[in-house]
Design a protein around this ligand. Sequence first.
Ligand SMILES: Cc1cc2nc3c(=O)[nH]c(=O)nc-3n(C[C@H](O)[C@H](O)[C@H](O)COP(=O)(O)OP(=O)(O)OC[C@H]3O[C@@H](n4cnc5c(N)ncnc54)[C@H](O)[C@@H]3O)c2cc1C
Length: 276
Amino acid sequence: MDPVNILIIGGGVVGCAVAEALSRRWQEIFLVEQFPKFGMSTSTRNSGVIHSGIYYPTNSWKAKHCVEGNRLTTEFCAKNKVPYRVTGKLVVAKSPEEEPQLLALMKKGQENGVAGLRIIDGASIREREPHVQGYSALLVPSTGICSAEELVHAYARLAEQQGANLLKRAKVAALEPQKDLMRVTLRVGDEQQPEVETVEARCVVNAAGLSADDIAKPLDDLSRARGILRNSWAASGTGPRPCLSVAAHGRAFTGLAFHQNALGNAAPWADGEIRG
Ligand SMILES: Cc1cc2nc3c(=O)[nH]c(=O)nc-3n(C[C@H](O)[C@H](O)[C@H](O)COP(=O)(O)OP(=O)(O)OC[C@H]3O[C@@H](n4cnc5c(N)ncnc54)[C@H](O)[C@@H]3O)c2cc1C
């Protein structure tokens, strides 16, 4: 069999988006996903937040990509009928002592190019979000939410329409670099009795999420992926939640916060539902 042009490992949001982008320009693109549906690992088990880019260090790639990614993801959702909403987000200071943190965050967000940031007072918080009490809050207008599952499927659908070949139940078992090619061993079909197939690819994109470093390990000495999850608060009750809200105190400032969004996407343990 002739070598394929590009083989993408992993059918999460990254692999499917890469397949969509590459298949606009290139032919013979293959994506292999080990599970029976795309996005069954992390990509449909998240909060579906379209982040603004306020938290990342100024001038970092993360900040640049997050700010631009916010705009591009929102445009993509609108164009491709992926359910989304630009909810805005409140980062709440419970007391005057916490307000300097909001100001520092606003400054960083402005330096990162996040538009429309401003501080609002307690009365304005309650107007927007009746369940939230706070002294003041940073309003982040560009934060949004989308259906994580439909986002993955939209990328996959477009990639296929553009001629990419997306295969499910195809697990990469081994990568062996050849002179100008990569030999890829796949276990295809039924998990208990898979067929073993070998393909050669001119280029391999490793989009295997949390397994990416294990897959790359035989090729390179990549450091292991590190997962971080921090819980900022839990909400109860059934009232309106027009905005996303996170607490300004403590560790929520240092990275990932825990959200439940108004489209019903939540961390998987929030409702016990398995999506995919
Ligand atoms: C609780 C939680 C909440 C989050 N909330 C948000 C949020 O609100 N907004 C946001 O932007 N991000 C959020 N994230 C992060 C986001 O979900 C991830 O960054 C994103 O899903 C990563 O996508 P991925 O395609 O790289 O990985 P994955 O979704 O893990 O996809 C990798 C794919 O590779 C496949 N694969 C692995 N090994 C192989 C193999 N050997 N052969 C074939 N296929 C293989 C897997 O089955 C999987 O489908 C959250 C993450 C978590 C954990």
